[in-house]
Structure formats: structure tokens, C-alpha cells
Design a protein around this ligand. Structure first.
Ligand SMILES: Nc1ncnc2c1ncn2[C@@H]1O[C@H](COP(=O)(O)OP(=O)(O)OP(=O)(O)O)[C@@H](O)[C@H]1O
Ligand SMILES: [Mg+2]
Length: 266
């Protein structure tokens, strides 16, 4: 038996969309084309254009509708105001021609600590026959960033504290929904893709407190959890990770990126 790695975000998204419980929590997503882009901008005030193979927060474009046919385009830490007539040219310049992209409904991420957006990483492990929620952490975006990735300066904070500091009142209910979504996501992916044992699920809250699914990484790193300083949670994650890799060990030999699992945060 091996441990599965799935890079294709659309493939995972399509599987999850078949589940009626998860479906309302997944942002609308289509393969990118100028046509789907305009269609999505007609529906949502913000859309994201993302490479189908994730690059740890790189290559993502955020387009936001402003007034009088003007748009704000964000890419990395750069912000530009662009008139509608130039928008496709602008976006085309930022897209790598040999990569596949999709266009996605933008979530109005909840913010904390001087308006920095945050989302949530949840580690799910399946050492035997059941998925366990091993840990969760809030990822708070670095200065001038609209993505929360560790590689883009995202910082780890205790989830309960961030929810409180962000002003949410119904924290127990939010945690319950996050747990439910993480378990359901693991279960649904597990049914479609064999040999899944480890998942790093990214969920988010919008400003109204609705829980959204962003993505599921099949090879998550643990730097955020090391930085968090919750020794009990970190120990549980690392111990279970090692247990899984020892038990299903063919993959350890096959995987050259095994060592980097701890160095590279996905
Ligand atoms: N639809 C969205 N609305 C709001 N924010 C988003 C959306 N999609 C992504 N983001 C932000 O961008 C971050 C990166 O997006 P995502 O995880 O999809 O790509 P990636 O991290 O580059 O991929 P990978 O983790 O596979 O390397 C998310 O953690 C989140 O902070
Ligand atoms: Mg990611």
C-alpha cells in the first residue's frame, strides 16, 4: 500500500462537489478562459485565477470590481488599477502560457490584527481505518499579502484566539463546522482516491462567519504547527505522521520529497 499524492486541484474539487454536504461550502470554480472570467466577474465582486497545480501561494491573481468599469488586479504584493478595456491583456500577461488555470469565486476572508486576512489549516491523519483531526491552526497573511501561505509570509496563530480576536461570537459553532467539513472532505476524497492517509485541509471563514473549503493538500508541511508552539498538538502530528510513514513504508522509499515535508509548507 502507498500514500497518495494528488496535485490536480480541479480533480479534487470535482469529487468534493458531488457531496451535498460539502457543496455549499465550495467556491464556484471553472477552468479559466476569458469567457468564464467575465462570466464570474458578472456574478462575484472578487474572483481568483489560480494555477491548477498549486505553487504555495505563487501565481495567484485576484481581480476585484471597483466603480466605473475599473478593476483592481493583485498579483504577489503588487496592486494595479486597470480599466475594463485592458483587463484581459493585463491578466494574460500574468498567466504562464504552459500552465492550466481556473477561475474561482473570491471569498471575502475574515481579517484580524490590522486587517490581515486569515484562513485555517487542518491536519487530518488516517493511521488505521479512521480519519483523526490531529491539529488546526490559523494562518494569518503577511503584510500586503492576500494569500496566507507560509511561503508568502503567513504566520501561525492559535485558532481559538484568532477567532476571538477577529470578533466572532459563535466560536464553538465555527469549530464544530470546521471539524465536520474536515472529516467529510477526508471521507469523500478517501472514497475516490485510494491510499490517502494524510491531508492538510485549508478552510476559510468569510467576514460573516460562513465556513468555506479552499483546498486539500495531500502532502502538507508542518512548519506552521512547529511555529505555533503548542507542543502537545505538534507532538501528536509528528508522531502520527511517522507512524503512518513507517506503517505504509513503500512510499517513504519512493518519495524524494519526504524530508522536505517538514521544511516546505504547502
Ligand atoms: N477563492 C478564494 N478566495 C479567497 N482567498 C483565496 C481563494 N483561493 C485561495 N485563497 C487564498 O490563497 C491561498 C492559496 O490558495 P491555494 O491554497 O488554493 O493555492 P496554493 O497554496 O498556491 O496551492 P498549494 O497549497 O497546492 O501550493 C489560500 O490559502 C487563501 O489564503
Ligand atoms: Mg494552499
Amino acid at each position: 500500500m502507498a500514500i497518495r499524492k494528488i496535485n490536480n486541484k480541479m480533480e479534487k474539487s470535482e469529487v468534493l462537489l458531488t457531496d451535498p454536504i460539502l457543496q455549499p461550502h465550495i467556491p464556484e470554480t471553472h477552468w479559466y478562459s476569458p469567457k468564464t472570467f467575465w462570466m464570474m466577474l458578472g456574478i462575484y465582486p472578487t474572483v481568483f485565477i489560480k494555477p491548477n497545480t498549486g505553487l504555495r501561494g505563487s501565481g495567484i491573481i485576484r481581480v476585484q470590481r471597483l466603480k466605473s468599469k475599473m478593476f483592481e488586479v493583485r498579483f504577489d504584493d503588487k496592486v494595479k488599477k486597470v480599466p475594463q478595456s485592458d483587463l484581459i491583456t493585463e491578466v494574460t500577461q500574468l498567466i504562464e502560457p504552459d500552465m492550466q488555470y481556473f477561475v474561482q469565486e473570491g471569498i471575502n476572508l475574515a481579517t484580524v490584527y490590522n486587517g490581515r486576512p486569515f484562513d485555517i489549516r487542518i491536519i487530518m491523519h488516517k493511521p488505521e481505518n479512521r480519519w483523526n483531526l490531529c491539529g488546526w491552526v490559523a494562518k494569518v497573511a503577511g503584510p500586503n499579502q492576500f494569500v496566507t501561505n507560509y511561503a508568502k509570509g503567513g504566520k501561525a496563530f492559535a485558532l481559538e484566539k484568532v477567532l476571538k480576536d477577529a470578533g466572532f461570537k459563535n466560536i464553538e459553532k465555527i469549530l464544530q463546522t470546521l471539524g465536520k467539513i474536515a472529516h467529510r472532505t477526508s471521507h469523500v476524497l478517501d472514497k475516490s482516491f485510494s491510499d490517502l492517509r494524510i491531508l492538510g485541509i485549508d478552510a476559510a471563514l468569510d467576514k460573516k462567519g460562513k465556513v468555506w473549503f479552499i483546498e486539500a493538500n495531500t502532502r502538507p508541511g508542518y512548519n506552521l504547527f512547529r511555529d505555533l508552539g503548542d507542543q502537545v498538538m505538534f507532538h501528536r502530528i509528528i508522531t502520527t505522521h511517522h507512524y503512518i510513514h513507517a506503517k505504509y513504508k513503500e512510499v517513504v522509499a519512493a518519495s524524494t520529497s519526504q524530508v522536505t515535508a517538514f521544511n516546505l509548507e504547502k
